[in-house]
Unconditional design. Structure first.
Lengths: 338, 834
């Protein structure tokens, strides 16, 4: 029995070797000391059943205590080696790390979200509506005269007489005004359809984000302020905006907003066609006829509306030359905008 | 619309800078798309005087000219070799000195031609890009000194301004309309350029044409509403047909369709001489890209682009009757239009006819038969207002557009017609001679007065956000032709005929804001009230799903909702752009599979895509519900995966494994848990490899499985899933206390007879083991030696815990024992002997 205790005592000396061991030496020590078959301590523990009770307690206690200590020391050394700040010789740290697949949102989704987030900070919520719409919601309620050339710019896909794929998300304005009372502050993102050719700058299917504000005392100054604030948040604080008259049947006065080119900072480049300005959105004060169509009193309430194309904005901001890339879903394209 | 800078300058009486024009016009709401310099490339060409012409010593067809071009020829005369037959001493020609660059980029060098050195070149019209004439050099009739810049002598250098005209502004479709806006912006005065006094060199027609262009005034109809019609025409023709009629210089005019042509004017000009236009007229049309045709047609085109009044000139000799009848076309009536196409008309269209047949599709295009030719001597000149909707429908039905239809469709100036006709007559007389024997006929059954709008000045400031003085409102509106008069607290504003878009107070508000300049309004944020509209749950649901799927390693795709039919319920697009895109999608997966194939074509092997998009179906049952639309739509979520399970790592050794159906199941589970949290994933019923998501125990809202595709040999297997998006917001998750007591683990290796599923075993274990069983994780499946044929061994790690105390081994043993008992009894499942 004293032999065993002496052996345990001797083995205890070996504890000191563990913190110095390198990876290989540590494996050897593990086998030598704790190996399942021939480990020195394993052998001592294996001899326990043959001992008398009292001896067994004494030897067993000491052996198990040492085993625990050794295991802890080895585990500690293993951890230390795993996060060693010094590489063992021959280890090539330039080898690539282990990866998992990454995914991501479509660039257009990212841009839509970014736009809507900025407007959320300005008090706008998100509203939606159907893509298959009636002529009334898509044109009539929005003050498009029947048989008017203004409709030509929005050549539509018809599903049945009087029903079409919406050409803009403006019907959501009408639906919202029918359902909620002012004050209204919404943005409505969504897919729209026009019979445009599929070429580098057009697509028959495209995304739009529209916005609508209705309340008492809303003015053209609020329109300019809100949209300029948006432009500065989206394109950068140094961005300048310029508003010029335009035409939309559902707004009057109507205005196009241009922003100073973020690529050349106004100096002129191919992105801004050497004008220093890029047209970003259309807007205007809600036409009283639209209010009348939605049973809102145009003498009491005023408002403004705006709309923009996330595809185009993404193309401008990221220098994408061809709108068709958005639809091809090439993994190499999608992975560029994780 | 193309504008000529020079034409605008002629109206405003001042030089205009193209860049300044672009800026001003954009700020007025007329964006300039392009500025195209015209003939600026002739800057190097100067006037050369030929002093002497000798024969070339070595060539019969060439001559040797002594040319003086002032400083351009070094102050003295130089020798120039010339091949033109018409070169003469004492005359002046365009001369390009050595070093000059000609249109097309040709740079002249000093070189020997047949042994004689030539210093520059005398140029033909074609060499200067001024026409096709290359028979000889361009002889110049000018007093300018030799060496003067050609462009300074010949007024052809110009800029084309390509403007974008919005549908509400027909008045911007002519030079006068644009010049009017510019005059207001510049503080200049608008004046139509005077017409030349005579056509110069043309034979005098019998009636004589001593002085036209403003001095002689061929009488158009006098001013004043109904009086005009009464003077020019009498109500109801002899036939008793509804309408108006009259006779002008032997031509009978009947207006039988006053709805289609509310106002119709005819003038007759006799004794014209049709020929080529004078240079100034040809140049003016050429400057806006119009090809000169003959003096009469060019004159009508000139008026079109100057005043926005389409005109039509007929050859009187070709009019049967001679009569002009304005009526609805008869069903099936045919006409061969100027483009050589036979068109079939309908009563929805207005036709201009002679006594027998249609000669013009009103407002759209005439026929070759009535066209003015070189042989024409007597003209019948039409100046009409056609109803915009009628023209639009006709144009669409015939798929035939013209400069005229474009303008009629947008609405021309109903009140400005007499002035336009008068100027057109003046111009024709000036360039083609002839005489007008009788005043023009003006058929206007229901004369209209100019619109008057009452304007509240304070309302303008109220909408624009900045108060605007009454005086400023008056001044701004007057500057572009509105007539403003005070009317109590308001302003009575008379709208000019060229502004059919202005119909109510708010339209005038825009005019004031536009002319003041949008830049004049501040853009500081003011306080606002929060809105009453909550966020759309659909938007939130889509956002949640997108983020989760992207986190799972998938990229979001956006595919086309239009494609081939995906089944009998696919909604049909009535007017598709191609037969391949004539239906709306009912599922997202087919589109995603096409995108995978596209990726394979680009040699992308590892493809993981998802889409959150709208899908459609013909509405069955009660069509009247919802939007009243026979198409149902909802949001679907779908994904496709193929290729390596993980990015390959060098430590993996051999080829890393591809995605298989268990990857699919994981993705499907994930998608269902986030897109349709109320649904359960279970194996597909039909025995195929795949799963379905079932809601409420019966409705299938999603499915997953392997997919067929056009795959290259190196591609991995393709799998996909699709699930209908549940829009409702998920309920808030309730917190579960984190346990502080230790857990006890037991591994359970079981032998499952054929037909027993893992799910069945798990259900039985959970039921039998009771609440102490915390989790059950399947970690192994084995078939082979040691397990009876057809059976399999499946292993679970079971975790037991009591959150309130430490478990005793015996309790766990009892729970496991109870589970084993139930498994054996109910499923014939036993513990695997180790």
């Amino acid at each position: 029995m004293s032999d065993l205790l002496a052996a345990i005592h001797a083995l205890r000396e070996r504890l000191g070797e563990i913190p110095q061991a390198d990876e290989r030496r540590l494996q050897d020590l593990k086998t030598e000391l704790l190996g399942r078959k021939a480990g020195a301590l394993t052998k001592i523990l294996g001899a326990l059943p043959k001992l008398a009770d009292a001896d067994r307690r004494a030897v067993g206690g000491a052996a198990n205590a040492l085993k625990r200590e050794m295991e802890e020391a080895i585990a500690a050394r293993e951890r230390a080696l795993a996060q060693a700040s010094r590489a063992p010789s021959g280890m090539d740290l330039t080898l690539p790390g282990r990866a998992t697949w990454r995914g991501g949102l479509h660039l257009v989704t990212q841009v839509v979200d970014e736009i809507c987030e900025i407007f959320r900070e300005l008090g706008f919520t998100r509203a939606v509506g159907p893509e298959a719409e009636t002529e009334w919601y898509n044109f009539g309620a929005l003050n498009f005269p029947k048989d008017h050339p203004a409709i030509d710019a929005q050549d539509s896909f018809y599903l049945e007489p009087g029903v079409l794929l919406r050409t803009h998300t403006s019907p959501v304005q009408v639906r919202t005004m029918e359902r909620y009372r002012p004050p209204i502050r919404i943005v409505s993102p969504g897919q729209c359809y026009r019979r445009d050719p599929f070429d580098p700058s057009h697509s028959p299917v495209f995304e739009q984000v529209e916005g609508l504000v209705v309340d008492e005392g809303v003015t053209f100054v609020d329109l300019k302020a809100t949209l300029s604030t948006f432009a500065r948040r989206f394109f950068g604080p140094e961005t300048r905006t310029r508003f010029s008259p335009s035409f939309f049947p559902f707004t009057e006065p109507s205005a196009d907003m241009q922003v100073s080119c973020s690529v050349c900072r106004g100096a002129g480049c191919s992105t801004c066609k050497h004008t220093g300005w890029i047209e970003i959105l259309g807007s205007g004060m809600v036409h009283p006829a639209v209010f009348e169509n939605c049973k809102i009193d145009p003498e009491r309430y005023t408002g403004f509306a705006f709309g923009m194309g996330p595809h185009r904005i993404a193309m401008v901001r990221h220098g994408i030359p061809d709108i068709r890339l958005f639809f091809e879903s090439d993994m190499r394209f999608l992975a560029q905008f994780p | 619309m193309i504008l000529s800078r020079r034409w605008l300058e002629a109206m405003l009486g001042r030089p205009l800078d193209p860049a300044d024009l672009e800026q001003r016009l954009s700020m007025l709401g007329v964006p300039v798309e392009a500025i195209v310099p015209i003939h600026q490339d002739l800057g190097d060409v100067v006037i050369g005087a030929v002093l002497e012409v000798k024969k070339h010593p070595n060539a019969d067809r060439l001559s040797l000219c002594l040319v003086n071009a002032g400083n351009a020829s070094g102050g003295s005369a130089v020798e120039v070799v010339c091949g033109a037959p018409n070169v003469e001493a004492g005359k002046k020609y365009p001369y390009a000195p050595v070093g000059a660059v000609l249109p097309g980029g040709l740079k002249l060098e000093r070189k020997k031609i047949r042994g004689v050195e030539s210093n520059g070149m005398l140029c033909s019209a074609r060499e200067l890009g001024l026409g096709t004439d290359h028979a000889g050099i361009l002889e110049l009739d000018t007093d300018a000194a030799p060496g003067t810049r050609f462009l300074d002598v010949m007024p052809i250098a110009d800029h084309q301004l390509v403007i974008e005209v919005t549908a509400n502004r027909p008045d911007m479709l002519c030079h006068k309309g644009v010049a009017r806006e510019l005059a207001a912006s510049l503080g200049a005065t608008l004046k139509l350029p005077p017409l030349p006094a005579s056509r110069g060199g043309g034979p005098a027609p019998s009636g004589g044409h001593a002085g036209f262009g403003g001095r002689r005034r061929p009488a158009a109809a006098p001013a004043g509403g109904a009086a005009r019609a009464a003077e020019g025409g009498v109500p109801a023709g002899p036939s008793g047909a509804p309408g108006w009629s009259g006779v002008v210089d032997g031509v009978e005019v009947r207006l039988e369709d006053p709805e289609g042509a509310p106002r119709y004017m005819i003038a007759v000009i006799r004794g014209v001489k049709v020929g080529i236009s004078p240079q100034w007229l040809a140049d003016r049309l050429a400057s806006i890209g119009q090809r000169p045709i003959n003096n009469v047609v060019d004159a009508t085109n000139y008026i079109l682009f100057e005043l926005n009044q389409p005109l039509h000139a007929f050859d009187r000799a070709k009019l049967r009757g001679p009569a002009v009848v304005v009526r609805r076309a008869r069903t099936g009536e045919k006409i061969v239009t100027l483009d050589g196409v036979e068109r079939t008309l309908t009563p929805e269209m207005t036709a201009i006819c002679d006594a027998e047949r249609p000669t013009i599709v009103a407002g759209v295009m005439g026929s070759a038969e009535s066209e003015v030719t070189d042989a024409t001597t007597d003209l019948v000149l039409e100046c009409a207002y056609f109803q915009p909707t009628r023209i639009r429908r006709t144009r669409r039905a015939l798929e035939l557009s013209s400069e005229s239809s474009y303008r009629f469709e947008r609405g021309i100036d109903l009140l400005g017609m007499p002035d336009a006709l008068r100027r057109a007559i003046d111009l024709i007389l000036a360039v083609a001679g002839g005489e007008v024997r009788e005043p023009a006929l003006d058929l206007w059954p229901k004369p209209v007065e100019p619109t008057t709008i009452f304007l509240r000045p304070e309302r303008i400031g109220g909408l624009l956000g900045v108060p605007i003085e009454r005086g400023e409102i008056e001044q701004r509106l007057s500057s572009i032709g509105f007539v403003v008069a005070p009317k109590e607290q308001r302003l009575a504003v008379q709208v000019p005929g060229w502004r059919p878009d202005v119909t109510r107070e708010v339209d005038l508000t825009e005019e004031v804001a536009r002319l003041k300049g949008y830049d004049a309004f501040p853009d500081e944020l003011r306080p606002y009230c929060a809105g009453t509209v909550p966020d759309a749950p659909l938007e939130r649901a889509k956002g949640r799903v997108r983020v989760r799927l992207a986190e799972a390693g998938l990229y979001e795709a956006r595919t086309f909702p239009l494609g081939p039919a995906d089944g009998p319920d696919a909604p049909v697009v009535q007017n598709p752009m191609s037969a391949d895109e004539a239906h709306l999608r009912m599922r997202l997966l087919p589109g995603l599979v096409r995108r995978v194939e596209h990726n394979w074509a680009a040699r992308n092997r590892d493809v993981r895509l998802f889409e959150v998009g709208t899908v459609f179906r013909k509405r069955t049952g009660d069509v009247g519900r919802g939007t009243g639309v026979g198409v149902e739509e909802w949001t679907s979520v779908a994904g496709v995966i193929t290729g390596a399970r993980q990015p390959r790592h060098w430590s993996d050794g051999a080829k890393s494994p591809d995605m298989d159906i268990w990857d699919l199941k994981h993705h499907f589970d994930l998608a269902v848990s986030v897109a349709a949290p109320g649904s359960v994933v279970q194996p597909a019923a039909d025995g195929a490899v795949g799963w379905v998501a079932v809601q409420g125990g019966k409705e299938v809202v999603g499915h997953a499985g392997p997919l067929e595709a056009d795959a290259p040999p190196w591609a991995g297997a393709l799998f996909g899933w699709e699930v209908r998006l549940e829009v409702a917001d998920p309920r808030p998750v309730a917190y579960q206390a984190l346990p502080g007591t230790p857990l006890v683990e037991r591994d359970l290796a079981l032998v499952l007879p054929p037909g027993v599923t893992a799910a069945a075993v798990e259900a039985a274990v959970r039921r039998a083991a009771g609440p102490l069983l915390e989790s059950l994780v399947l970690f192994d499946e084995y078939r082979g030696p040691g397990v009876p044929s057809g059976h399999r061994s499946v292993a679970w790690r079971c975790t037991f815990r009591d959150p309130s105390r430490t478990l005793r081994e015996a309790e766990v043993d009892a729970a496991v024992g109870a589970a084993l008992e139930v498994l054996e009894g109910e499923l014939g499942v036993r513990r695997r002997a180790s």
